[in-house]
Ligand binder design. Structure first.
Ligand code: PGA
Length: 251
């Protein structure tokens, strides 16, 4: 089957790396040559300039892992979408489950961040996903729909411009990825929710995240509604990340 949507693979470095270790990782990525998909790395704020410098004229884009919902002002410690655009960011992750849990980000805050990013031409990668307790209670559908609906509502006619990442919390950093069937089932739900909201839903990219590795990426990316991945641990090694980028060639 041929897929209309080009695969997108995004590395989420989380709070890892130093200037020196990034040099090695970025050089490994930069020297890879052409890739069969769109690819990007979302790095910690202090290293945006380094990523921008090293990845310029490479096939990889770069981005950040969060942004403020506000334009500018007295928000100590925050980083605005304007600033991300200033550093050439193409993407920003918003609503990652670690931020929802550790920083008590509400669905509406996540939606406001997505809107702030889009207003500055930075594509938000909006994360949704249920915890293990929620899955076991049969609440997966209700939870992910509620999380996505806040963003759809806030973005209005621009909803088609975001990227959505389904990341079941129980699969993140655990080595236990969702099965391709489990992931596809949720992706199909999200796609139909988007279809009801925007006529661009068919072209939108829905990423899967949670323990994606070189050896499970191909079967995940072969699912009809999975259009790439958001990669944590495996994005910290150039060879693994590039292997995941190449896993979609048989789609
Ligand atoms: P993981 O993280 O690939 O290490 O499971 C994914 C994520 O949190 O984005």
């Amino acid at each position: 089957m041929s897929h209309a949507r080009r695969l997108l693979v995004v590395g989420n470095w989380k709070m890892h790396g130093t200037h020196a270790s990034n040099e090695v990782l970025l050089e490994g990525l930069r020297s890879a040559g052409p890739l069969p998909c769109d690819a990007a790395v979302c790095v910690p704020f202090p290293y945006l300039a380094q990523a921008a410098e090293r990845l310029a004229r490479s096939p990889l884009a770069w981005g950040a892992q969060d942004c403020s919902a506000f334009e500018e002002g007295a928000y100590t410690g925050e980083v605005s979408a304007v600033m991300l655009a200033d550093f050439g960011c193409r993407y920003v992750i918003v609503g990652h489950s670690e931020r929802r849990a550790l920083h008590a980000e509400s669905d509406q805050t996540v939606a406001d961040k997505a809107r702030a990013a889009l207003a500055r031409g930075v594509t938000p990668i909006v994360c949704v996903g249920e915890t293990l307790a929620q899955r076991e209670a049969g609440e997966t559908e209700v939870i992910v729909k509620r999380q996505l609906s806040a963003v759809i509502h806030t973005l209005g006619h621009c909803a088609g411009e975001m990227v959505v990442a389904y990341e079941p919390v129980w699969a993140i950093g655990t080595g236990h990825s969702a099965s391709p069937e489990q992931a596809q089932a949720v992706h199909a739900l999200l796609r139909s929710q988007l279809q009801a909201a925007t006529r661009h839903a068919g072209g939108m990219r829905l990423l899967y995240g949670g323990s994606v590795k070189p050896d499970n990426a191909a079967t995940l990316f072969a699912q009809p509604d999975i259009d790439g991945g958001l990669i944590g641990g495996a994005a910290l090694k150039a060879a693994d990340f590039l292997a995941i980028c190449r896993a979609g060639v048989l789609r």
